[in-house]
Ligand binder design. Structure first.
Ligand SMILES: Cc1cc2nc3c(=O)[nH]c(=O)nc-3n(C[C@H](O)[C@H](O)[C@H](O)COP(=O)(O)OP(=O)(O)OC[C@H]3O[C@@H](n4cnc5c(N)ncnc54)[C@H](O)[C@@H]3O)c2cc1C
Length: 426
């Protein structure tokens, strides 16, 4: 069952998928039915491979069906990324990083169009500045975009412009990005899973993989079935505990909170956010929000690095919402929920192998919608035998902490306190 979220309550396609029973033999078995697993399944099926996708709960049950729905070019590990990519692509690293910012948008837009996926796709995003140093960062992004021919998509706002965009006095400026998008994340994921199904992918829900039997042709094992494959892809991100010998210490769960108000009506929604933009601010631990298609405010923020859920999410998030939009003081919150994403120390997504024919992809550090689709394309190419782009990511050096998950999360929490303090002093 899905958590009680806005997405689950408003999902268009609730038909569900069968549970795995019996034995199957395919080219690729994928573990995990979030954006990582589903987008890779579509890519593989489009290339003619037979695929079985096994999801422990429901398609989109994890971070994918709980997130802020903001499809942005954010790469929190961009500096480390450029440094690490240089190991494989040399002087082209900066270009590869820049293209990575936008590649996921094209994949998602094309897929929505190609398969007619209804998921409330809207364009437009604002990254909001809360102090002058944030404006300097945004100006640097705009300068880079200008150099790379993307100036038309971006617009730098001064404090005096903000009232035309948001009914708040919190910000001293911002950067509008018309290429960024927002979506009903669960509808997108289930829509992609349906597209995969029409291409022949066997999609199974309520089919937790308990074990992977290694061998020249590995087998994934559930309570009621088995799937033998040439290759297995683990795409369970922060929600799985498979292959811990290889994967423990590489990624740590962080719990992110999100909520949605009652329906505000179109008039109020357009008053607070006239251009229907998705928004987040420039802080390291940021607030993010947008209006939904049925005119609620979806508002998220805060990170709990224990990986455990907060006790009263709405009460924790309400002060930030009311500070942002005083008009909404006392507004009823209809849904509140948390989700767990995999945090990687250097913020670069991880790909690799946990055995001869067993691959994994994970670790989007809170910015996974576009990245999962990019990695899905790259992983499908790798599983099909072309490792060119896969190696750019596989060659990235990642620290492996000798900690349990919860100790690792606490270590990251300490690091985050340092960054928050540093941010306060800037
Ligand atoms: C609250 C929140 C807000 C966010 N907001 C944004 C945003 O606005 N923009 C953005 O870009 N990113 C955002 N993110 C991050 C983004 O949602 C994730 O990075 C992305 O969805 C990760 O997708 P995934 O498929 O790798 O993982 P998940 O979506 O977590 O999927 C993993 C799946 O694997 C399944 N699984 C685990 N173990 C097994 C097993 N043994 N057998 C079978 N299946 C298994 C799980 O049930 C789960 O469904 C947010 C995340 C959260 C939690």
């Amino acid at each position: 069952m899905h958590v009680d979220s806005y997405y689950a309550a408003t999902a268009r396609d609730t038909r569900g998928f069968a549970r795995l029973a019996g034995t199957y033999d395919v080219d690729v078995a994928i573990v995990g039915g979030g954006f990582s697993g589903v987008s890779t399944a579509v890519e593989l099926a489009e290339r003619g491979f037979s695929v079985a996708l096994l999801e422990a709960e429901k398609i989109g049950w994890g971070a994918t069906g709980r997130n802020g729905g903001q499809v942005t070019g954010s790469l929190s590990g961009d500096v480390a990324m450029a440094r690490e990519f240089r190991r494989t692509v040399g002087a082209e690293a900066d270009d590869v990083v820049w293209q990575t910012r936008w590649r996921g948008h094209d994949i998602i837009r094309n897929r929505i169009e190609k398969y007619g996926i209804e998921c409330d796709l809207s364009f437009g995003h604002l990254q909001a500045a809360m102090k002058p140093t944030h404006m300097e960062e945004l100006k640097a992004v705009q300068d880079e975009a200008q150099k790379r021919g993307m100036a038309d998509d971006l617009e730098l706002l001064e404090a005096s412009d903000i009232p035309d965009y948001l009914e708040t006095d919190l910000y001293c400026g911002g950067l509008v990005n018309r290429r960024n998008m927002h979506v009903h994340s669960m509808d997108l994921c289930v829509g992609e899973a349906r597209a995969a199904e029409t291409l022949g992918v066997k999609v199974f829900e309520n089919s937790r993989v308990l074990e992977i039997e290694h061998g020249s042709r590995p087998t994934v094992v559930t309570a009621d079935g088995r799937v033998k494959a040439d290759k297995v892809l683990i795409a369970g991100n922060a929600y799985h505990f498979l292959e811990q010998k290889t994967l423990a210490g590489k990624l740590f769960p962080a719990s992110l909170a999100n909520m949605a108000t009652v329906k505000l009506g179109k008039q109020v929604a357009r008053k607070i956010n006239p251009h229907n933009l998705a928004v987040y601010d420039c802080r390291f631990v940021l607030d993010y929000y947008r209006c939904t298609a049925d005119h609620r405010l979806m508002f998220g923020g805060g990170i709990n690095y224990s990986g455990r859920d907060s006790k009263d999410i709405a009460a924790e998030l309400r002060p930030a919402l009311e500070r942002t939009f005083p008009r909404l003081k006392g507004v009823d919150i209809e849904f509140s929920w948390t989700g767990v994403d995999g945090i990687v120390l250097n913020r670069i997504p991880q790909v690799g192998k946990a055995g001869d024919n067993v691959f994994y992809m994970q670790g989007y550090s809170g910015h996974g919608i576009a990245l999962t689709h990019i990695l899905g394309e790259i992983m499908a190419e790798a599983l099909a035998g072309d490792l060119t782009e896969y190696l750019i990511y596989e060659n990235v050096r990642h620290l492996k902490l000798p900690f349990t998950r919860s100790l690792g999360s606490q270590a990251i929490a300490l690091g985050m306190m340092y960054y928050k303090l540093r941010e306060k002093l800037r």
